[in-house]
Design a binder for this molecule. Structure first.
Ligand SMILES: [Zn+2]
Length: 475
């Protein structure tokens, strides 16, 4: 029998709001342990949670970037369970009335078809504390860090519309790009600001039925999610073919051995309305205000770049993959550099300089204007590609303009015919054998002679002009 997979995802996204969800403590979970706490987020008895407006803004922007409908009333419930990372015994989450519903993202499938994948709902939730397990005096101890307690999360729940690991990975990449554009989250699986659980079941191909699913957790990259899904599909098929039954349970992905294994379940209790946090009422005006705050989103930007700058679909997607990359690209082009040259130099040399210094493009010390001036010199053949790299690297370490650095390092390409003519004359008179060989049609000698001229000029000669002069003299 042929089986097909039915996959849905649940994604926890940590919002990058300045404060936590129900108090004014800084939302900085990575700070030294228990630095950012107060009675509310230590969950002490009697402390009253007050929902933060800045968290709501981030959450709404995120929902809108995923084409979701914002609900005009949403409510917090208590998800009741006890665990050492949740000593108050319940987590504030939205179960009955979530913030947002009915979103979607389009992906291009492995068969090169555009498919719309639906998002069922997005709700807000407070994060729990972080448990740290250590050894002290040969004893196992567990510590609790409350910096993360009450940090703002949203949980994105998709419909089970995905049929392969490829679909799931494409969906996650599109989701991450949209949310980063919205400015609501860093969406880093590596740093734990994006956590993905996958629900996987299989059914006879085309049957339309929904069978018992297995939940897989603990993946720390999009690639891991794909691997875990592939492993789980194969495991379930194998089990079915042997006459086994699939049981509802949770499994953990083990990235080192590339397998999933069963996980002990946490006790999960009921969801009851929370009496302390009031209903969140969102007006149409507020939603419109948030819509206006979103930047031009990737789909629209890609079409515009193709139209306006004559880029290919691939180039436009590449340069729109991150908001700051697309902004820097367009700023540089507006300052006069040609789009293709900018794409090439921005995505290769510039990004490598940025990464080497542990920076991000938005805090690059090289302005788009200076970058455009540098590329302009290259395009006008005033400097070589090699010199361009050298100048760019130097631009990161000084405030000087590219023009000043070119002058200081004496990198201006020599295109002056008289000067180059004299250089070639001297070169040919000292290389009789090479000249004879070239006359007999040995083309490789041309590269050798141009190389000699470049060395003689310390890399400043224009190689194209040199080759032309040599060819003229040989005739
Ligand atoms: Zn607090």
């Amino acid at each position: 029998m042929n089986f097909e997979a039915v996959i849905g995802l649940e994604i926890h996204m940590q919002l990058n709001s300045p404060t936590k969800m129900f108090c004014d403590c800084p939302n900085m979970p990575a700070d030294p342990p228990n630095l950012n706490t107060c009675p509310t987020c230590l969950w002490l008895p009697g402390a009253i949670p007050v929902f933060s407006r800045n968290v709501l803004e981030k959450a709404v922007l995120l929902c809108l970037s995923l084409n979701c409908e914002i609900q005009h009333e949403s409510v917090f419930d208590q998800k009741v369970y006890y665990y050492p990372d949740l000593p108050k015994g319940f987590q504030l989450s939205q179960f009955h009335k979530p913030l947002s519903k009915n979103g979607w993202l389009d992906i291009v499938t492995e068969e090169a078809e555009t498919r719309r994948l639906r998002i069922q709902k997005i709700h807000m939730e407070e994060d729990v504390a972080r448990l740290v397990h250590e050894t002290e005096n040969h004893k196992q101890i567990s510590l609790v860090d409350f910096n993360r307690a009450g940090a703002p999360l949203v949980e994105i729940v998709t419909e089970p519309d995905m049929r392969s690991s490829y679909d799931a990975m494409e969906f996650l990449k599109a989701l991450r790009r949209q949310i980063r554009y919205s400015g609501s989250s860093e969406c880093s699986m590596e740093h734990g600001t994006m956590r993905v659980d996958a629900n996987i079941s299989i059914r006879p191909e085309g049957s339309g039925e929904f069978n018992t699913k297995v939940e897989v957790k603990n993946m720390n990259s999009i690639r891991n999610v794909g691997d875990a899904i592939d492993y789980e599909i194969a495991r379930q098929k194998d089990s079915k073919e042997k006459g086994g039954e699939i049981v509802l349970h949770t499994r953990l992905w083990d990235p080192d051995n590339k397998i999933t294994s069963p996980m002990r379940g946490k006790f999960s209790g009921p969801c009851i309305p929370d009496p302390a946090v009031s209903t969140i009422v969102i007006t149409e005006d507020y939603v419109n205000e948030m819509k206006d705050r979103l930047p031009e989103m990737p789909d629209r930007k890609i079409s515009r770049f193709i139209e306006q700058y004559g880029l290919t679909e691939q180039e436009a997607s590449l340069i729109s993959s991150e908001l700051d990359l697309s902004l820097y690209f367009e700023d540089t082009v507006k300052k006069g550099a040609s789009p293709r040259t900018v794409i090439h130099w921005l995505t290769s040399t510039m990004m490598s300089c940025i990464r080497k210094r542990g920076l991000s493009l938005s805090d690059s010390p090289v302005s788009a204007e200076d970058f455009a001036h540098l590329l302009g010199m290259l395009e006008r053949n005033e400097i070589t590609a090699k010199a361009t790299k050298k100048v760019l690297s130097r631009m990161f370490d000084t405030d000087k303009t590219p023009e000043a650095i070119v002058k200081e390092l004496d990198l201006k390409q020599v295109s002056d015919i008289n000067e180059l003519d004299a250089l070639v004359e001297k070169l040919l008179s000292g290389n009789h054998d090479a000249v004879e060989s070239l006359k007999k049609g040995n083309e490789k000698i041309m590269d050798f002679l141009v190389g000699q001229a470049m060395r003689e000029s310390k890399g400043r000669a224009n190689p194209r002009v040199i080759a032309e002069i040599i060819a003229g003299k040989i005739k």
